[in-house]
Design a protein around this ligand. Structure first.
Ligand SMILES: [Zn+2]
Length: 257
């Protein structure tokens, strides 16, 4: 009997042992295989299934702070592929039941041959500085009970470049114009299936004017007088630290862990 390392999810929670490591299980036909080489599978824990003895369900956001970046990225890939498979049981072209492709991550329609692939939603996130010692931070209108200030972020629209999206989101959300937009790094973000693409930019002109349904407060903060910022492990945290302390934000290092 071969055992596989298993990512077993219940919504946004993952089954791990007391040391926050993955369990080994016997694989079944409905499992989704992650990557190649080592046997690594992903599956959902069904509602009626009990939590196996010795294991516990931990929110994956929490694992972001306990695991290294590679472990987190693989978990993030597993949960996104499972969600994609769950959401593409039928062909979006003709409505027939789809089948799992034997080699690729694709859901294939046996009637019309249409292939549905996992979709990544690209998002830009921007850290904006003014002068040598100020950074723009904004509070989301959606998190009414939170005192946390984050960065300006939003989805890329069809036909836009990444830089267009950075400029548009900033103008829409806080009414400011930017200059010197530069790419920093990227991070897959499985809530639900985003790719965060990080930029830094400098304030060019304008007065802060809020888009009130998105942003409840925004201001330039002195580097030594920051409010509560996003948790360590998020790309936003690494970006803010980058402009303040000059630390690296790159997808090939573990700078944000
Ligand atoms: Zn079809």
């Amino acid at each position: 009997m071969t055992l596989s390392l298993a990512y077993i999810f219940k919504q946004q929670q993952l089954l791990v042992d007391e040391h926050y490591q993955l369990p080994q299980v016997e694989s079944v036909a409905s499992d989704l295989y992650i990557g190649t080489g080592d046997q690594v599978i992903a599956r959902d824990l069904l509602d009626e299934e009990p939590i196996p003895e010795g294991l516990q369900l931990i929110p994956i956001r929490q694992l972001l702070q306990l695991w290294n970046i590679k472990q987190f990225e693989q978990a993030s890939r597993a949960i996104q592929l499972l969600e994609w498979r769950r959401n593409h049981k039928f062909c979006s072209h003709c409505g027939q039941k789809t089948e799992v492709h034997t080699r690729e991550y694709a859901m294939v329609c046996p009637a019309c041959g249409y292939h549905q692939y996992p979709r990544v939603n690209p998002c830009v996130i921007t850290v904006i500085t003014r002068g040598q010692d100020e950074v723009l931070l904004a509070k989301s209108a959606r998190n009414k009970n939170s005192e946390m200030y984050g960065l300006i972020a939003g989805f890329i629209e069809v036909g836009e470049t990444l830089e267009d999206a950075v400029r548009r989101e900033t103008l829409e959300e806080v009414g400011l114009k930017l200059k010197n937009i530069q790419y920093l790094a990227s991070q897959p973000w499985p809530f639900p299936s985003n790719l965060m693409i990080a930029f830094k930019a400098e304030y060019a002109s304008g007065d802060i004017e809020l888009q009130v349904d998105e942003i409840s407060e925004a201001a330039f903060f002195k580097f030594d007088q920051l409010p509560e910022i996003p948790f360590k492990g998020s790309i936003a945290h690494a970006m803010i630290m980058h402009v303040i302390q000059g630390t690296v934000v790159a997808d090939d290092t573990q700078a944000w862990l």
